[in-house]
Design a protein around this ligand. Structure first.
Ligand code: LCS
Length: 396
């Protein structure tokens, strides 16, 4: 093959990166190697594979051809050195932290991240002596102030779940570099179609591929994409042993979803812009937070850093929690469910659902108000979504 996919468009990459016609059969779709182990030709071959002297598959936790296709595809889309797939997005985060930090190290994180991502650091990694501060990483002074001599990792989610606060990746990468710390960006809300943190100076990108990359609400999965060979090697060593690996069938399904990432992101984003405008103009809505609206305080940063405002919107209904619950209890086409980034529109209430495990005080300090409602806009016909909002709003 003479073409260089790294120089091609994102849609082309989503369809072709990591893919090739199967040499044994000519199959165009990726073969599913649903096997836990691989036979060696003889003892010498087995020993050479284990010694790393010969390329060969050994055991699926250590590598599998179907999983590798997905790793190559996402790494190409992110412009990274390689991909390390995991059984979930949280496994991608935990594997990264486990590989990069040690007792006594300090982590600075975005205060409004997916609730369990924060809880696992505060509650569990802290048991191993890892210290942390969660701050509004959209405020660069807050990031600078939180840095300590022991800070080795800055963990940013942008746009943040569920506040849709943005973090300037380039600026935070510089702060991290000056402190000899690494920058890990959770790119789940954007997917590589809309944001490529490694190009902006991040060291590692992670995804919950449960969301946009798979896109069909039928798989839980994650991916780590280190920017350099050294970081890839450091995390891969831990990835082998931690056991947070991906099953080949998961990978096969995500490969299938990934091919339509470009058109899905485009379609749900077009819908989201209209839904955000509808909500902003609605007399029963207190406020709307969406990077595509001029009212977003970081609208300019969104234009600079992202290739589009995405499909996640947060808003609050006048009357707070009770009024919001009336809206959520009356949606018909939209589904009251957690998760995001799928083809169907999902709507949920973070303070009683995705972020319920966070103490109320930290939640409020992170900007997650009691009445905040989050919607992940899907690919339905937008008129039908607006009609559903209109009928549900009538109950508020
Ligand atoms: N990172 C972000 C930004 C997420 O939104 C999630 C899950 C994760 C990581 C964890 O990924 P998982 O292990 O679930 O694949 N976010 C969810 C949410 O907002 N609702 O339900 C799950």
């Amino acid at each position: 093959m003479s073409h260089d996919l790294s120089k091609m468009g994102r849609n082309t990459q989503a369809i072709h990166a990591g893919q090739h016609v199967d040499p044994a059969t000519g199959a165009v779709a990726p073969p599913l190697f649903q096997t836990s182990t691989f036979a060696f030709h003889d003892c010498a071959h087995g020993a050479a594979c284990f010694a790393g002297e010969q390329k060969g598959y050994i055991y699926t936790r250590m590598g599998n051809p179907t999983v590798e296709r997905l790793e190559q595809a996402v790494a190409t889309l992110e412009g990274g050195y390689g991909g390390l797939s995991t059984g979930s997005g949280l496994a991608a985060l935990c594997t990264s932290i486990f590989a990069l930090l040690k007792s006594g190290d300090h982590l600075v994180g975005t205060s409004s991240v997916y609730g369990p991502s924060r809880m696992v650091i505060e509650r569990d990694f802290s048991r191993f002596g890892i210290e942390y501060d969660f701050v509004d990483t959209g405020d660069l002074d807050a990031v600078r102030k939180a840095m300590r001599p022991q800070t080795r990792l800055v963990f940013v989610e942008t746009p943040a779940n569920p506040t849709i606060v943005l973090t300037d990746i380039e600026a935070v990468a510089e702060i991290a570099r000056q402190n000899d710390a690494l920058l890990l960006v959770d790119n789940t809300f954007c997917s590589p179609l809309l944001q490529r943190p490694l190009e902006k100076g991040a060291d590692i990108v992670m995804h919950s591929m449960t969301k946009f990359i798979n896109g069909h609400t039928d798989v839980v999965s994650g991916m780590i994409v280190p920017g350099t060979e050294a970081l890839y090697g450091q995390i891969r060593k831990v990835h082998y042993y931690l056991g947070a690996c991906m099953d080949p069938h998961q990978a096969w399904l995500v490969l299938r979803g990934l091919k339509t990432l470009g058109m899905r992101v485009k379609a749900c984003q077009e819908n989201a812009i209209k839904v955000a405008e509808y909500l902003e103009a609605h007399p029963k809505v207190e406020w709307v937070r969406y990077p595509g609206l001029e009212s977003h305080p970081q609208h300019e940063l969104a234009r600079r850093q992202m290739d589009g405002p995405g499909a996640l919107i947060s808003f609050e209904i006048k009357g707070g929690v009770e009024a919001g619950a009336r809206l959520l209890d009356h949606v018909e086409l939209m589904t009251l469910a957690v998760s995001l980034g799928g083809i169907e529109t999902l709507i949920q209430h973070p303070s009683s659902m995705t972020h319920a495990a966070m103490p109320r005080e930290s939640r409020l300090a992170a900007g997650i108000s009691d009445g905040l409602v989050r919607v992940s806009v899907g690919c339905e016909d937008v008129e039908d979504l607006l009609a559903d909002f209109e009928q549900a709003m009538a109950h508020v």
